[in-house]
Design a protein around this ligand. Structure first.
Ligand code: E4P
Length: 249
């Protein structure tokens, strides 16, 4: 299962990329707003530019161009989504042209009637798409038939909209992921299931157990996947025992 980072904060993105196991970045209007609201209208363009630099221009050790970056449209009506989608892809094409390197933009479109039609439009033109705000396996099936590259299936928000105990909520999001995986397996659909709106480690477990293609998580959750008190104390225990000896490694 691949891991994407759900963030628009380049500082925290770069820190997570130190691990070199991240496959992409997903953004949404809320994440972008959170980081860029005080930085002026060109800030998001600067953010996109970071993902398209030539190796020699890029001083960090990681080449961000290898990452897929999902950028979400904010328009809701078909023709406006098409125009905005073209503009977003145009920004990347621009950078791509300058750097002579292909960019990895994934156009993120809403799972609405207009969003699905827009997905068909961009998919037919060979553009990568990520259909977002998916809450049922039926919707995911439609996204796949529309040619989406990814369908972002929302666990956390599914639970937010279900009244019940936390165990019951978990069962609902688990069923959503398992049902979607089953439908995609039944028909050998090539659209990739992206577990999204992931709030905790249980959600990650649900996705990996079901065998989804990828998840997108906050940097905080990424570190939580690594950290364990048991691991830290067991590692310290070995170090202490070693230090008590006179051996040299
Ligand atoms: C990712 O692509 C989604 O936009 C994101 O995971 C949504 O998360 P939220 O439901 O916590 O806003």
């Amino acid at each position: 299962m691949r891991i994407f980072i759900d963030s628009a904060d380049l500082t925290e993105i770069r820190q997570v990329l130190e691990y070199n196991i991240i496959s992409g970045i997903t953004t949404n209007p809320s994440l972008v707003l959170k980081v860029f609201k005080d930085k002026g209208e060109n800030s998001f363009k600067d953010f996109l530019a970071e993902f398209s630099k030539k190796p020699e221009e890029y001083s960090q050790k990681h080449d961000l161009r290898n990452l897929e970056v999902s950028v979400q449209v904010t328009e809701t009506e078909y023709s406006k989504i098409i125009d905005q989608g073209k503009r977003i892809l145009g920004v990347y094409d621009d950078f791509s042209e300058k750097s002579k390197m292909p960019t990895n933009t994934v156009l993120k479109l809403p799972l609405t009637r207009d969003g699905i039609r827009a997905c068909e439009y961009f998919a037919k033109k060979g553009k990568k798409t990520n259909i977002t705000v998916c809450f049922t396996s039926n919707q995911a099936l439609i996204a796949a038939l529309a040619g989406a590259t990814y369908v972002s299936v929302f666990l956390g928000r599914t639970e937010d909209n279900f009244e019940g105990t936390s165990e019951e909520k978990t069962l609902v999001s688990k069923k959503l992921i398992e049902d979607t995986k089953k439908v995609f397996d039944n028909y050998k659909l090539t659209t990739k299931i992206l577990g999204a709106s992931i709030r905790n480690l249980v959600h990650i477990d649900i996705c990996s157990q079901a065998g989804v293609d990828a998840i997108t998580i906050s940097p905080k959750l990424f570190y939580q996947m690594i950290d364990s008190e048991l691991s830290i104390s067991a590692a310290q225990d070995f170090v202490h025992r070693w230090e008590e000896s006179n051996l040299i490694l």
